[in-house]
Write a protein that binds this ligand. Structure first.
Ligand code: CMC
Length: 428
């Protein structure tokens, strides 16, 4: 018997099958040969929410959730957060290697020179209601970009693809900032290409009448670190949406609007917003034990806790905690921090959370920093979507170039009616 195989005996028929094992995985398609009758469809696997199914091979991001490891292209997230910048990390994620000086300069130039939006997009944004959720605006405008760049449909054309990638990474801060200014009834501020990626974003958000906006370096760096931490996270819900939509060969703007829509949900990138709402609702440290008891009784979740992959402390949460201290040194401590620390303290000792391996995730502390930086809660998911853009695009290009991939089209187990006749209205 070859060593790298799995023997499966079908007790219905007594037949045994040898299925190859590659990368500690068997191909679900290899199970189709398992049949009782020749006309059977063949054996399938049932895996709602892809709990144990690899949907692709990828060389971008590695996570070991049991130990709490996250690496982009092999480099630990802790090193990138300490030494890199968002644009350099974006290059690494996209191309697979750290750039040399010239490569980084060219990449930065390309991104910086695509930051402006067509004026019609500005008018589109102006049409939203004053209180439109900025994430709804973000998703709509990203989708609308496809109508401005119809050549983006040529997804097999590497040059065209690269153009759309530069445009998307460059324009998402502008879209985000316009949605923020719209909410506040403030005039939109155009990009300043002399500033860094995050410095320019801060400028478009905060600039008032000053001739030249200079970002606070601590805030600029804190945002850059947060962007590094959010840049990719392998096959999460949003990335899976990007790949599923992209698999029909749709353009990257439309696919990314779908990815951002998936991110918006409170169980995913919308969790940072929910954490702040939760902390405000708890209101005081003395209410924390009661809140924890309610969660244990199933009355809501402790937002910012738990993860499908991490069964240990999310390494991003550790870095964020450190960044929070640096930000609070400038902005003053966020009063909600005390509640968050007490929640963490109690939860990490409580058997309910310990036995389920529920630890703080990236969203538990990021919201506190965003709030200290002066952002409203509705804007938090947008601050997740901006840096995730490069991850979505790198995963999309990997998909397009992967000869194993086809249009994403899962199977189902049909449990509905067998054939039956239509009943006339007067006989129902
Ligand atoms: N609070 C209380 N109980 C929880 C929580 C939580 N935050 N998360 C999971 N559980 C319980 C859950 O009730 C279940 O208990 P039981 O076995 O008794 O039914 C058990 O833990 C396993 O939970 P699950 O829902 O089966 O786990 P999942 O892998 O499907 O869900 C999750 C992962 C992140 C959606 C979930 O932990 C959650 O809802 N967390 C809160 C939302 C959140 O913080 N999301 C941000 C995720 S990190 C950012 C990102 O990359 O998206």
């Amino acid at each position: 018997m070859p060593a790298n195989t799995l023997s499966i005996t079908d007790n219905r028929t007594g037949k045994t099958y040898e299925v190859p094992i590659e990368n500690e995985t068997i191909k679900a398609g290899d199970l189709r040969q398992i049949k009782v009758n020749p006309t059977d469809f063949g054996m399938m696997t049932y895996d709602p929410a892809f709990m144990n199914t690899a949907s692709c091979k990828s060389a971008i991001t590695y996570i070991d959730g049991d130990v709490g490891i996250l690496r982009y292209r092999g480099i630990p997230i802790e090193q990138l957060a300490e030494k890199s910048t968002y644009l350099e990390t974006a290059y690494l994620i996209f191309y697979g290697e750290l750039p040399n000086k010239e490569q980084l300069a060219k990449w930065t130039y390309e991104i910086t020179h695509h930051t402006f939006l067509h004026e019609n997009l500005k008018h589109l944004m102006e049409a939203f209601r004053y209180d439109a959720h900025p994430m709804g605006m973000f998703i709509s405008v990203v989708a609308a970009l496809s109508t401005f760049y119809p050549e983006a449909r040529n997804v097999k054309d590497a040059d065209s693809r690269m153009k759309q990638i530069h445009r998307l990474i460059a324009k998402v801060p502008t879209i985000a900032a316009f949605s923020y200014r719209h909410n506040r009834g403030l005039p939109y501020v155009y990009p300043d290409n002399d500033l860094s990626y995050t410095g320019n974003l801060l400028g478009m958000l905060d600039k008032m009448s000053e001739a030249k906006y200079q970002p606070n370096p601590v805030k600029e760096r804190a945002l850059d670190v947060l962007f590094i931490l959010h840049a990719d996270h392998e096959q999460n819900c949003g990335t899976n949406a990007m790949r599923a939509i992209g698999s029909s060969m749709t353009d990257p703007y439309t696919a990314m609007a779908g990815a951002a829509a998936a991110l918006y949900g409170p169980l995913h990138g919308g969790a940072n917003e929910e954490v702040l709402r939760m902390l405000n609702a708890i209101g005081s440290v003395k209410n924390v034990p009661g809140f924890i008891e309610d969660v244990k009784k199933g009355k809501g979740r402790l937002m910012g806790f738990g993860h499908r992959v991490y069964k240990n402390y999310d390494p991003r949460a550790k870095i964020i905690k450190k960044t929070a201290d640096e930000v609070f040194a400038v902005t003053g401590v966020n009063p909600l921090l005390e509640i968050a620390l007490e929640l963490e303290h109690i939860a990490l000792q409580d058997d309910y959370f310990v036995s389920r391996k529920l630890y703080p995730n990236v969203d538990f502390y990021s919201g506190l920093i965003y709030e200290a930086l002066g952002f409203p809660v509705e804007f938090f998911p947008v601050l997740f979507a901006i840096p995730r853009t490069v991850g979505w695009l790198a995963q999309w290009v990997e998909l397009i170039n992967d000869s194993d991939q086809k249009i994403a089209r899962p199977r189902q187990i049909y449990l509905g009616y067998d054939e039956r006749d239509y009943v006339e209205m007067d006989k129902r």
